[in-house]
Design a protein around this ligand. Structure first.
Ligand code: HEM
Length: 123
């Protein structure tokens, strides 16, 4: 169980070249060296975030389930200090974010309605 390695950014940041490239995604460390030549998005985008947290870049593209499966094969360890439930948390976080929009929409609709009412009664 406890054989999973833990890396900190001091170590991760050393792996930034085409033949030795690590990235962090959702609190996990991946060695992408063997995959970088096959990456459909090109090597450049991966090298751009080599040795750093690539979570945003990776998630922004909306990578497929297949891409996530490939990623799991490249897993080499956990980021030091990262919570193991990082991915789940990120998911519930985004659900939370979208539900926050409902009251916001209600307020905007109310303001528009009030503005129209105010305009009608005063002009
Ligand atoms: C590090 C591990 C990564 C893996 C295993 C991976 C895997 C893949 C795979 C399998 C695809 C094909 C489409 C799909 O299945 O979603 C893809 C496409 C793509 N990836 Fe990644 N990717 C990684 C990182 C990144 C990063 C960090 C970026 C930064 C922006 C990126 C940008 C893209 C783009 C732009 C495409 C679309 C290419 C196209 O359709 O022309 N990828 N990736």
């Amino acid at each position: 169980m406890s054989t999973v390695k833990v890396y900190d950014y001091e170590e991760i940041a050393k792996h930034t070249t085409h033949d030795d490239v690590w990235v962090v995604i959702n609190g996990k460390v991946y060695n992408v060296s063997s995959y970088i030549d096959e990456h459909p998005g090109g090597e450049e985008v991966i090298l751009d975030c080599a040795g750093t947290d690539a979570t945003e870049a990776f998630e922004d593209i909306g990578h497929s389930d297949e891409a996530h499966e490939i990623l799991e094969k490249l897993f080499i360890g956990n980021l030091k200090g990262a919570k193991p439930v990082e991915t789940k948390r990120a998911q519930s976080y985004s659900t939370q974010e979208s539900s926050v929009n409902f009251p916001l929409i209600a307020v905007v609709v109310f303001l528009i309605a009030f503005g129209a009412y105010y305009y009608k009664t005063n002009f």
